[in-house]
Design a protein around this ligand. Structure first.
Ligand SMILES: [Zn+2]
Length: 495
């Protein structure tokens, strides 16, 4: 590769040194001789619960190809339809549409169509069972809304990259409990929309003024921007939206945060701006970088606390000692110690230790799929109840025009993942509506149709070759309806 690892000299030097030592092929932390392989600050029972969840969700998607291969092999047998349904029900937990099977003896099965159908069906099944599946771990995540409130934050707005390897960000990497006060809107390259974010901030502050008894002015809004990189393959498997240039990914996160804070300061006065935090995730190991602001409040690309490094340093220690070292390191790194930021950094790093241990125990310290392995693209608004690495590529958008760059990256990823193997690209078009607002549901459904139409127009050649399959769905933001198929959309029903 002719591309440099990064245009930041410090990052480039660090990566070069690591590469010379051969560290990049190793797990986030190797357990040395005589060391206990359990980190003292790790929540093992939570890790076991999350692993059960990962297994349940993964199986729903992993078994699709195996089931379809079995079905394909018997498509000319007598009683094929019944045999196919039995296989699908046993392996995936749902049936296939009869009409897609009944004509197999004449034209053969349309495998790309069945594959896309199964991806959507597994998604719907996962959403329908989300409460049951997530109940295993939902109450035990360390960074819940009340905990974050105690740290000084009434709302947390997170903008990660849309990359599917960050889809497990909240419960796995950050160990933050999903809640209405915590929002995640992903954009390719973490390039979030400043105007949209100003609107989100305004809405959150207004809601607090209108609805919160005993308004607490000491609490603030936290804006968190999350970039990512790949320590195994820095020039290839980093952030696609930044051409795998880590320096560009970091600069973009820092500049976006700084621009948002300046905008809100200019609009509403000094001190109105949200608190900010830039985080980096190594998508190979789920290690976390926490960039604390320096004395002048500036976040710098090469100044960060590295959870993998702190994990290794505190591994041999007892619980109390390890906790103290972590606190000391964070306080030493925070040249302008703000109690909220320090508490948050300690909380995030401690929580991420559990994720490092998780990846060490369940993925040999480094994911085997360091690259993309998403199952579908989600265009519109994210599915709030599905959290797992590499399940979907997310393009946050209201219209295809504004999300074109994100969608293009997604189509490029799926050209390699699916089209190269003869499969279609499954695209979920999903928007929320608020049932308390008259007509909101119909408007969300109409938006789904408009986005589907625009996708088919933008990728006309793929559409004409039936290489794109869209599934339209809406969810009630305050209710129990989740990913309900839009009538006349791709037919998905779970039996
Ligand atoms: Zn990215």
């Amino acid at each position: 590769m002719s591309r440099s690892i990064s245009h930041h000299p410090v990052l480039r030097r660090q990566a070069a040194v690591a590469q010379r030592r051969g560290e990049l092929a190793n797990p986030a932390c190797e357990i040395g001789p005589g060391q206990d392989c359990r980190h003292p600050l790790v929540d093992e029972s939570l890790n076991a619960e999350l692993h059960r969840y990962e297994t349940i969700i993964s199986q729903r998607f992993l078994l699709i190809e195996a089931a379809l291969k079995k079905i394909s092999a018997i498509q000319h047998d007598d009683s094929f339809v019944q045999k196919a349904q039995d296989i699908c029900q046993a392996m995936l937990g749902y049936c296939l549409p009869e009409d897609k099977l009944a004509s197999a003896w004449v034209n053969g099965l349309d495998m790309p169509d069945l594959h896309a159908y199964c991806v959507f069906q597994s998604l719907v099944l996962s959403v329908q069972k989300a409460n049951e599946d997530r109940a295993i771990w939902l109450k035990n995540l360390p960074l819940s809304s009340p905990v974050l409130r105690d740290m000084g934050y009434h709302t947390v707005n997170i903008s990660p990259c849309a990359d599917g390897r960050l889809q497990g960000l909240l419960p796995f990497i950050l160990r933050i409990s999903p809640a209405p006060e915590i929002s995640v809107k992903a954009f390719a390259g973490a390039r979030f929309d400043i105007e949209d974010d100003i609107a989100d901030w305004t809405q959150a502050e207004l809601q607090r003024l209108a609805n919160e008894p005993g308004y607490d002015a000491s609490l603030n809004y936290l804006k968190c921007v999350v970039y990512h990189f790949s320590s195994s393959s820095p020039c290839v498997e980093g952030c696609a939206a930044h051409g795998s240039d880590d320096g560009m990914a970091i600069d973009c996160a820092i500049e976006g945060l700084s621009a948002l804070q300046a905008a809100i300061r200019n609009l509403y006065g000094l001190g109105a701006e949200p608190d900010g935090l830039v985080l980096g995730v190594d998508t190979d190991t789920d290690a976390l970088r926490v960039h604390l602001p320096d004395g002048s409040g500036t976040v710098r690309a090469h100044q960060f606390l590295d959870s993998a490094q702190l994990f290794a340093e505190t591994l041999p220690l007892g619980r109390v000692q390890a906790e103290q070292v972590l606190i000391d390191r964070v306080r030493a790194a925070a040249s302008n110690p703000d109690a909220n930021t320090v508490a948050l950094a300690i909380g995030l790093l401690r929580a991420n230790f559990s994720q490092l241990q998780y990846v060490i125990e369940h993925h040999n310290g480094r994911y085997t799929d360091v690259g993309h392995d998403e199952k579908f693209i989600c265009a519109g608004e994210a599915v709030a109840s599905l959290h797992l690495r590499n399940k979907y590529y997310f393009a946050h958008l209201s219209t295809v025009e504004e999300g074109a760059a994100d969608l293009d990256v997604g189509i490029k990823i799926f050209t390699s993942l699916n089209l190269s193997r003869g499969l279609a690209i499954p695209i979920l078009v999903h928007f929320f509506f608020d049932a308390r607002v008259s007509g909101a549901r119909q408007r969300a459904e109409q938006r789904c149709h408009r986005v589907k139409q625009a996708i088919q127009t933008r990728y006309q050649a793929l559409h004409e070759r039936h290489q794109i399959r869209c599934f339209l769905a809406v969810s009630d933001i305050g209710g129990t309806e989740n990913v309900t198929p839009v009538p006349s959309s791709y037919s998905v029903s779970v039996h």
